[in-house]
Ligand binder design. Structure first.
Ligand SMILES: NC(=O)c1ccc[n+]([C@@H]2O[C@H](COP(=O)([O-])OP(=O)(O)OC[C@H]3O[C@@H](n4cnc5c(N)ncnc54)[C@H](O)[C@@H]3O)[C@@H](O)[C@H]2O)c1
Length: 325
């Protein structure tokens, strides 16, 4: 069968593409394992490097809002869609129209393209813990209402509701994962409000200075790239009955403060020299980050078999193993 990753040239999309090619098969729309004959990476941008040299891989450039381009890619052979294309948090906050176009209307376009298929595909959607915000309990559980305080979070929350309804109608078999901040992201800082959470680990390990716009006590919910990709695959493989009527779940997250992250970095680095952290408070970033929940119970996800990263040190060690020369 054919599998499509929207936003497949991005950070998680590329890692997911490699994991899917290595795995070679997925549960198809009939509930039986099927080989992946074609994997389409659909993205407005070209991947920095092709995720793999593999005859099953097709890289297609296009805009998520372009319904004709989506209809070309999402054809009758398509059994599964991973919808990752998005404009990240601070970028969607800075440009309301762009966020709405990509994060809301883009998701709707993907759902409509899926609805036009002869059989409903499995659809995995990357929502975000930014769907929560404002006055929150100290610990967020599976019954905490969605009260996003950013346009990005609002667009993700609407996407989740649409996925519930398109699943209820039988147009897709949808699953939405509320991802915590994925750390450590390689490369350069991006426009996500949480970009610093990767910078303060990555840059010091490369011997470079990192800017930290939030206070050391700031607490975040995080997940490693390895666990995030595992979660996308696990979400796909769960049978529809496991999800029931409510198709979104809070992924298990590791809760750490900025100072705990830096202490773990020093422990992992040992005698290796580290670039320094420059504290440069940014009230705008601090407000966005402080509006996101930092501690989750994630009981439903744990019952469904999703797993939590155990320790910050392991996340840093995995980054060194996977991404550093
Ligand atoms: N990385 C995180 O910490 C995190 C946390 C929570 C949720 N998420 C969600 O996970 C998904 C993947 O995140 P990521 O970190 O890989 O982001 P990313 O920015 O690296 O990748 C997103 C991809 O979407 C593509 N894209 C943007 N606009 C597009 C358009 N109009 N048409 C087609 N493609 C378009 C971009 O080119 C990019 O390659 C996103 O939906 C994001 O909102 C990520």
């Amino acid at each position: 069968m054919k599998v499509v990753i929207t936003g497949g040239a991005g950070f998680l999309g590329q890692r997911l593409a490699r994991a899917l090619l290595a795995r070679g098969q997925l549960t198809g729309p009939q509930g039986r394992p099927e080989p992946i004959d074609t994997l389409v990476v659909f993205d407005a941008a070209a991947p920095a490097a092709p995720p793999a040299d593999d005859p099953r891989l097709q890289v297609v450039r296009g805009d998520i809002g372009d319904r004709a381009a989506l209809a070309d890619v999402l054809d009758a052979e398509t059994g599964s869609v991973f919808h990752l294309a998005a404009v990240v948090s601070a970028a969607a906050e800075a440009d309301f129209d762009l966020g709405m176009r990509v994060n809301l209307y883009g998701t709707l376009a993907v759902l409509e393209a899926c609805r036009a298929l002869p059989q409903p595909p499995r659809l995995v959607f990357t929502s975000s813990i930014a769907a929560f915000g404002g006055e929150l309990p100290a610990v967020v559980d599976d019954t905490t209402p969605l009260t996003p305080q950013t346009s990005y979070g609002t667009q993700k929350a609407i996407g989740e509701l649409l996925i519930n309804d398109y699943s209820r109608k039988g147009f897709v078999d949808g699953r939405a994962l509320r991802l915590p901040t994925v750390v450590v992201r390689p490369g350069k800082p991006n426009l996500a409000a949480s970009s610093f959470a990767s910078s303060i680990i990555r840059e010091p390990l490369l011997g470079q200075e990192a800017l930290c716009p939030v206070s050391p006590e700031t607490r975040l919910a995080i997940i490693s790239p390895r666990r995030a990709v595992d979660a996308l695959l696990h979400a796909h493989e769960l049978p529809p009955e496991a999800w029931g009527a409510y198709r979104a779940v809070n992924l298990p997250a590791l809760s750490v403060s900025v100072e705990e992250m830096l202490a773990a970095l020093r422990r992992v680095a040992g005698s290796r020299p580290l670039g320094r952290i420059r504290w440069q408070p940014d009230p705008h970033i601090q407000r966005i980050i402080s509006s996101w929940p930092a501690v989750f119970t994630s009981q439903r996800a744990l019952r469904l078999g999703f797993q939590r990263d155990a320790r910050m040190e392991e996340i840093i060690e995995a980054f060194i193993a996977d991404e550093l020369p």
